[in-house]
Design a protein around this ligand. Sequence first.
Ligand code: B12
Ligand code: SF4
Length: 480
Amino acid sequence: MKIALISPVARRCVGYHTIGTQIPSHGLRVIARLTPPEHSVDLIDEAFGPARTVEFLDSGGYGLVGITAYTSTATRAYELAALCRERKIPCVMGGPHAWAMPDEAGQYFDAVAVGEGESIWPQIVADAAAGRLQKRYEGRPIELTAGLAAAAQTLQPINGHYDINCLQTSRGCPVGCDFCSVTLFNGGKIRRRPIDEIVAEWNETTEDFTFVVDDNFFGTSPDHAQWAKELLRQIIRRGKKRRWFSQTTINMGKDPEGLKLAHKAGCEGMLVGFESLNPESLKTFRKNLNRNILSHYKEMVDAFHKSGISLIGCFIVGCDEDKEDAVARTALQAAQLEVDILQITTMTPLPGTKLYDRLKAEGRLLATNYPEDWERYTFTETVFQPKLITPRRLDEMVYELRQVAAQENWVWKRTLKTLWQTKSIAATVFVHIMNTTWARLAKDQVPRDRERFGYVPPESPRLEMLRRSYAWRHGAPPPV
Ligand code: B12
Ligand code: SF4
């Protein structure tokens, strides 16, 4: 049987997951690897453009179509399901949105795969081949051993080519932030893969740069740290030379040995969720780990830099405590912390999270015309009623920040600062490429914003503050 695995495009999002993104659809590569050898798999990633998907469905001779979806791509996933049904191709949906909304997904798809795919994918394929696909498959959180969680590293989409690798060493996160689905979906215990298996997969990767897609690479406890450091030692000893970045909590900054090993193993950057510098917001987010070390943020950022690792700092705006100055203040604070790449996203209630349940109970969800409105859950648009500002004002504030990011010549300033702070050419090149991309995306987005908001922000003290925080102090742009 021929199987098509499809990652749908996020149409309303200029940044991630949209046309031009070259990050592998890792979940689909993982289930591709588990496909019994008598079946073949075509990967179609609409991040390379959705124009040819219908042509592929018409000419591929597929006996099964498997579709993954984030919440922001669920709307498109349901359209794809309709295309499959018109062509009488059995279709199954998996991934985070199906996980959160299985009943909704079941209205559009022949079958829904809830949870981790490893324990159910071979059964789904066998059932489809025998013409007896069931409505619902429930995957269990599995022990990540015996090759499970490894991806088909050499599988490329039939409509494009990924320029980087993705690889996962662990699943789960103990922190349990209220806006995040990871603890709910993948569990509060960090499950690790055997180090030998990770190194073997590391050596199967084909591209020079790897995104290690763990949610919390270094973890939160001394045990987690010991394990991560052993993995790094083995990568240094036995792994192919790769440049890479991953995601972790800020506490990694307290472990100079861990930072040194990560740098030696090729790490150029870590994405860290600072979320907010307001202890009240961190309390609401249930991110107590950050709340407890808030006063040490700066020394930890400095420790990353000292080890030659750059930081992608993530912050959320729109929290219940945020007022008119939230975006400018956050940009300024991030600049003072000296993060190398800044990601400011708008608080977004993802289905399945505690945040979603709370805002729903408080009657504060605004974008509820589902499934169309799922497409608006991109983290760049306000889909709920903030407490102390209007949704429109919050969106405008992000737009104003984009204006500054698009206009000012800040990229090189930040690049030079990163070089000075990390003394690492590799980390500096990484930061430069990321920030150049952000600046370009901000520029592309400004005319669309202008059309949407119908105004050019006036010169105001707030805009001046943004400008200072960005251009003059080396910041980076907001979500685009
Ligand atoms: C890597 C990653 C990214 C990469 C994506 C690269 C890519 N091409 O996929 C990047 C950085 C681009 C990204 C962007 C965003 N991300 Co992200 N990301 C992740 C992360 C950390 C890892 C994803 C991954 O590879 N996991 C490992 C694989 C193996 O897991 P998986 O994809 O879930 O697949 C398994 C199962 O779901 C299932 N499965 C999946 N698909 C299918 C299909 C079928 C047919 C079957 C049977 C089974 C199945 O089987 C797989 C194996 O067990 C996850 C967190 C996580 N732990 O998953 C967040 C996560 C997926 N991201 C999330 C979000 C919210 C975003 C952003 C919106 C965030 C932002 N700040 O902008 C953007 C998306 C922008 C947009 N357009 O909307 C959420 C999604 C929740 C949701 N309901 O949508 C997650 C879960 C994290 C969170 N905060 O809760 N992300
Ligand atoms: S620390 Fe990161 S991965 Fe863990 S629950 Fe919070 S946001 Fe999610």
